[in-house]
Design a binder for this molecule. Structure first.
Ligand code: AHR
Length: 326
C-alpha cells in the first residue's frame, strides 16, 4: 500500500521529471546575505493618522531593539513620492525594503525596480495589484491583515445589530488602495444575502478624519433617511461622529456605526455607546516584519502571504483592549 507521504514524493518526483520545479520563481528573487545587523528601508505612505504613527513607531522600536539601521521615508500621501522614496533607498543600497504601498497599481514600478536592483522587498499592511506583481515571485512576501474578512466581520456585526435592516452610508478609504477595495468587497459580499441591508451612498474620505467629516456631512444631508454608517477606518468614523453630533443626531442611536482599526478614540467611542463594533487592523508590524527579514536572511522560504490574526472589539471587550490602543 502507498501512504500519503510516498504519494506526495512520487507526485513531486513526477513533476520534476516532467521539467517542473516547485515554486520556480522563488529562485529568481533577490537573496539576502546573512548578517548580524541589517540596513532596512521602511517606505511609509503618510503620517496623518494614529494608525500610521503607531505603525512607524513599531518599526522604529524594533530597529532600535535589534540595533539595526532604519532608513525611514514618509510619502506624505503621494504615491509618486513613495516610488521616489523607494528609488532613493535602492540608491542608498539598503539590504532590504519594507514597503507599505499607498495604492495598488502606482507602486508596481517600485516593486519591480527593487527586484531588478537585487534588493529583497516585503509588502507591509497594504498590497499591490496581484495581476501585475506576485508574492514569492516579484517581492518576497506580503505581511498584513485580511481586509476582505474585516469588511465581512463589520457587515456581520452590523447586520445582527439591526436585525438585517439598514440604510447604510459607506465611507471608503483611499481610492485605489487595497484596504479600500477589499473592505468594500468584503462588506458587499456579506450583505448581498441580506436584502434589507442597503448601501444608499458610498464615497471616499481618504482614510482621513476631516475628509471623513466633510464627506459624511454631504452624504447625510443628501440621505437623511440613513440609519447606519460603515466606515473603512476609525479616523473617518470620528470625523463622521463629529458631523452627526453637529447635526443634532445621536451616534449609536440615530445611526449604528461599524468601523475598522482600533484607535484610542474609537475604543472610547465603543465604551460611550457611540460605535457598535470596531474590527481590528493591527498596525504594530515591527516584530513580524523584522522576524521575516531575519528568516529570509537565514535562507528560509517565506510564505508569500503572511496574514495577521485580528480581533473584533465591542462595548463588552473595549475596556480590556484600551491599554493596547494607540
Ligand atoms: O492600510 C491600513 C489602513 O491604512 C488603516 O485601516 C488606516 O487607518 C490606514 O491609513
Amino acid at each position: 500500500m502507498i501512504d500519503r507521504r510516498t504519494m506526495l514524493q512520487v507526485t513531486l518526483g513526477g513533476l520534476a521529471a516532467a521539467g517542473f520545479s516547485i515554486r520556480p520563481a522563488y529562485a529568481d528573487l533577490p537573496k539576502l546575505e546573512k548578517k548580524d545587523k541589517y540596513k532596512v528601508g521602511f517606505a511609509q505612505t503618510e503620517s496623518n493618522n494614529p494608525w500610521r504613527l503607531a505603525q512607524t513607531k513599531s518599526m522604529k522600536d524594533e530597529a532600535e531593539k535589534r540595533g539595526w539601521q532604519l532608513v525611514y521615508t514618509d510619502a506624505a500621501g503621494s504615491a509618486a513620492k513613495q516610488v521616489a522614496d523607494v528609488r532613493s533607498m535602492i540608491a542608498q543600497k539598503v539590504d532590504v525594503i519594507l514597503l507599505a504601498p499607498r495604492e495598488e497599481k502606482p507602486l508596481i514600478p517600485a516593486v519591480m525596480e527593487a527586484k531588478k536592483a537585487g534588493i529583497p522587498l516585503l509588502l507591509i499592511d497594504r498590497n499591490v495589484d496581484q495581476s501585475l506583481a506576485k508574492g514569492g515571485e516579484d517581492y518576497v512576501a506580503f505581511i498584513g491583515s485580511d481586509f476582505v474578512k474585516e469588511g465581512m466581520q463589520a457587515a456581520e456585526a452590523l447586520t445582527a445589530a439591526v436585525d438585517g435592516k439598514a440604510k447604510i452610508i459607506e465611507l471608503q478609504g483611499t481610492v485605489g488602495s487595497s484596504p479600500a477595495n477589499d473592505r468594500m468587497k468584503g462588506f458587499a459580499d456579506y450583505i448581498k444575502d441580506h436584502p434589507g441591508m442597503e448601501i444608499i451612498a458610498s464615497q471616499s474620505g481618504d482614510f482621513a478624519r476631516d475628509k471623513g467629516r466633510q464627506v459624511f456631512e454631504t452624504l447625510y444631508q443628501a440621505h437623511p433617511e440613513a440609519t447606519a454608517l460603515y466606515s473603512h477606518n476609525d479616523e473617518m468614523t470620528m470625523g463622521a461622529i463629529a458631523a452627526m453630533e453637529a447635526a443634532g443626531k445621536v451616534p449609536g442611536k440615530d445611526l449604528i456605526i461599524a468601523s475598522i482599526d482600533g484607535t484610542k478614540d474609537a475604543t472610547q467611542a465603543l465604551l460611550d455607546g457611540k460605535v457598535l463594533v470596531v474590527v481590528e487592523c493591527n498596525p504594530k508590524f515591527g516584530p513580524a516584519a523584522f522576524d521575516a527579514i531575519e528568516k529570509y536572511g537565514n535562507g528560509e522560504t517565506l510564505e508569500p502571504r503572511l496574514v495577521n490574526v485580528d480581533r473584533v472589539f465591542t462595548k463588552e471587550n473595549a475596556a480590556e483592549y484600551m491599554p493596547e490602543a494607540y
